[in-house]
Design a protein around this ligand. Structure first.
Ligand code: NAP
Ligand code: 3JN
Length: 334
């Protein structure tokens, strides 16, 4: 008989946690017992898993007894305190927050790109930022084909990246706006309805945001190459689900758009949608709810000898967060 596992989801009532629970069911992950965990605010709440309402428990130091996999998405401070406790209890903690990502002893993993890093784990494995995860899926085949000198990326990130509060704010503001009402920005620094905000997370003294620095540093760690030059501008857009990215890649050797298209077609987890004359390219609306990373608008950059331009879209709650975490657990089992 194949083994079944006890899986804890920390942040089970959140946008990412709920997606994890849905995906555990959808992917038929061998769950023997599900342990949904959240804060005291969720006392009395339940989550639906395989047709059963399961009580959400309040996270505490004893929550991880008998747990095999602990999937964390309840913010960095929760992971800081409880991921080591989970690991000490014998679970593998798979952390969706930024807290451990750049820790030298913690592997940062996108299984299709660097599954080999998993073996070095000491009880905690980090999941990248959503914008990084989809970008490295598109970069990896190009890196293997031609090497990468420099990446310039601009993101168009949906409000679900900011959790339930982000989704609620866009919905409320959009309705009020269409009805001529007044709205107050709470979660985002400006009104997000019918607007764009070139700020995700806080600014650092160098003028970049923390989200941009996460993309820069995490990309180098996952591709295992600190020499790649990366610069990023991250922008919040009024889309509910799905992050989009315009990526410019300067390769080490000249490659044609056709070669890149072919390499991306062979990449597991990537779907090439690239037929511009027929307006075929990925959009967040079409790709929300899907597990793959979609790439289109692949072309040679006219401004430099070794440049490739592309457009990359993925469901930020799936490959960007919940799906990648579960794929790490699947890789551990395999
Ligand atoms: P969310 O919708 O606001 O949900 C937050 C979840 O965390 C809720 O279940 C909440 O429980 C729980 N929580 C908060 N404080 C807690 C505490 N002290 N103890 C136990 N549970 C606590 O946010 P989200 O979008 O799901 O994101 C959650 C976290 O995941 C983020 O803070 C971020 O670190 C990470 N994340 C990562 C990515 C990525 O790119 N990989 C993307 C999005 C989010 P209650 O309902 O009880 O408050
Ligand atoms: O805003 C987005 O689109 C992605 C946000 C991710 C996020 C939000 C709050 C805290 C993170 C993350 O995954 O980097 C964190 C964090 O853990 O630092």
């Amino acid at each position: 008989m194949s083994k079944i596992y006890t899986v804890a989801v920390v942040g089970a009532t959140g946008v990412v946690g709920r997606e994890m629970i849905d995906l555990l069911q959808e992917l038929n992950f061998p769950v023997g017992r599900l342990v949904p965990l959240a804060s005291a605010r969720s006392a009395g709440a339940t989550v639906l898993f395989k047709g059963e309402n399961i009580d959400v428990q309040v996270l505490n130091e004893d929550s991880f007894k008998g747990v095999d996999f602990a999937l964390f998405s309840a913010g960095g401070s929760v992971s800081k305190e409880f991921a080591p406790i989970a690991a000490k209890s014998g679970a593998v903690a798979i952390d969706n927050t930024s807290y451990f990502r750049m820790h030298p002893e913690v592997p940062l993993v996108v299984p299709e790109v660097n599954a080999n890093a998993i073996a070095s784990h000491k009880g905690i494995i980090a999941n990248p930022n959503c914008s990084t995860a989809q970008m490295v899926m598109a970069l990896k085949p190009i890196y293997d084909l031609a090497g990468i000198e420099r990446v310039v990326v601009s993101t168009y990130q949906s409000v679900s990246g900011a959790g339930k509060a982000g989704i609620d704010e866009l919905e409320k503001q959009a309705r009020l706006s269409l009805n001529g009402g007044d709205f107050v920005a709470q979660k985002f620094p400006h009104t997000i309805a019918f607007n764009l905000i070139p700020q995700i997370d806080d600014f650092l003294p160098n003028g970049y945001t923390k989200e941009e620095i996460k993309m820069i540093e995490e990309t180098k760690k996952i591709l295992g190459d600190p020499t790649i030059q990366v610069t990023a501008t991250t922008v919040r857009v009024p889309v509910f689900v799905g992050h989009s990215e315009s990526i410019n890649i300067q390769t080490k050797r000249k490659v044609s758009a056709a070669e890149v298209r072919e390499a991306l077609r062979k990449m597991p987890g990537v779907i090439v949608m690239d037929d511009p004359p027929n307006s075929v390219y990925p959009t967040p609306r079409e790709t929300a709810g899907k597990n793959e990373v979609f790439v289109g608008r692949i072309r040679e950059d006219l401004s430099i000898p070794n440049g490739i331009e592309l457009w990359c879209v993925a469901d930020n709650l799936r490959k960007g967060a919940a799906l990648n975490a579960i794929q790490i657990a699947q890789a551990l089992i395999a």
